[in-house]
Ligand binder design. Structure first.
Ligand code: NAG
Ligand code: NAG
Length: 346
């Protein structure tokens, strides 16, 4: 009887001791985790400018079918923004007869920093919205108002770098391309789609003379943004020669997530390669051997090409996270650029 009692009491003191050790270990873990977090959480070099993003998106997110008043006003808005941000602005204008709407004038917009540089980082999106006879108010929030606003917001938030340290670099320029006429007017085909990018790729492919590089060969990589802004968007690599770029986006995302600089817990960049059968503005450039990074979610947003691709379909934490990751990615690309980078050989 007595012996049993002693046993019980020694077990209970052993339990107490383990309890205190456990508490101690938990406190140690918390401290360690806190120190780790502080180590990761350096203030970000570039701050968000959500107000600018919102204002830009509001100006672009309206019906803008090629040839309409909205189209012309959005084009003027983008061109003015680019000028205000210190970009050299060029237009590539042409007329073409298209199904349903007939003779239309298309205008690709280009904003360039360091036009004399030997190579370019090109970032692109399309600014036209799709013509639907039965949805006159289609505004294409993800397609591609958000991508256009993201490009302008990237330029805005990195502006102090672009206009000082980056300015006048010989090895690298930045080119923002706003393609016109990506959408089909009747039904998607080789002929009825990507009017602007076909025209621009053709124009940049003309050899100036026998000794000068073609303009299109000066594009080091074309990064095309499309269908951005809905919850749980997921991006994969489509081309072997730019796998490393998706890997970098994924690394930046992971570091920001670890240091709690992102909203929510969803990852969107996956450095896995998947088969690309998506036809988009990059194709005429791919045909000319331009390395491509195509940032389009797989699967497409649920409301793609429906009346519901509007402001209500957008997920703001995802948009803010994308902008933050993309901005750092672009900055690091420019800052760490080496003269001999050549994705064409990879
Ligand atoms: C931008 O717009 C979103 C959606 O309307 C809103 O949640 C957010 O607070 C706005 N941000 C700023 C800085 O105005
Ligand atoms: C299409 O419109 C443009 C501009 O208005 C004009 O210059 C061109 O001649 C027209 N083309 C055809 C085939 O009618």
């Amino acid at each position: 009887m007595h012996i049993i009692e002693r046993k019980v009491s020694s077990i209970s003191s052993y339990k107490k001791m383990s309890f205190y050790i456990l508490i101690f270990l938990i406190i140690c873990c918390c401290c360690f985790r806190y120190i780790e977090l502080q180590k990761h959480r350096q203030p970000l070099l570039w701050s968000d400018d959500d107000r600018h993003f919102n204002e830009t998106l509001t100006a672009i997110m309206r019906p803008r079918v090629v040839g309409s008043v909205g189209h012309k006003e959005v084009r003027h808005f983008i061109a003015n923004e680019l000028k205000e941000l210190g970009f050299h602005v060029e237009t590539d204008e042409f007329s073409q007869i298209v199904p349903v709407l007939g003779n239309l004038t298309f205008v690709n917009l280009l904003g360039i920093i360091n036009p004399e540089a030997s190579d370019f980082l090109a970032l692109a999106c399309h600014y036209d919205s799709k013509y639907f006879p039965d949805i006159p108010n289609f505004i294409g929030a993800t397609d591609s108002a958000v991508p256009c606003a993201t490009l302008l917001n990237t330029a805005k938030t990195l502006n102090s770098y672009l206009l000082t340290d980056f300015k006048n670099r010989q090895d690298l320029g930045l080119m923002l391309i706003f393609f016109d006429g990506e959408e089909a007017f009747l039904s998607w085909s080789k002929a009825d789609s990507i009017y602007g990018s076909k025209h621009l790729a053709r124009k940049l492919s003309i050899s100036p003379d026998d000794f000068t590089k073609r303009h299109i060969d000066r594009i080091e990589v074309l990064i095309l943004l499309d269908l951005l802004g809905t919850a749980s968007q997921k991006f994969y690599s489509f081309y072997q020669n730019t796998d490393t770029l998706l890997e970098e986006l994924s690394n930046i995302e992971r570091n920001l997530m670890k240091s709690r600089q992102l909203e929510g817990h969803n990852y969107m960049f996956f450095s896995r390669r998947i088969q690309n059968m998506i036809e988009d503005d990059h194709l005429p450039f791919l045909d000319e051997d331009v390395p491509i990074l195509h940032l389009i979610p797989v699967p497409f947003p649920k409301y793609w090409h429906t009346a519901k691709d509007d402001a209500d379909s957008l997920h703001w934490p995802t948009i803010r996270n994308f902008n933050k990751i993309f901005r750092i990615f672009i900055y690091e690309y420019m800052k760490n650029h080496k003269e001999n980078v050549n994705f064409r050989l990879m």
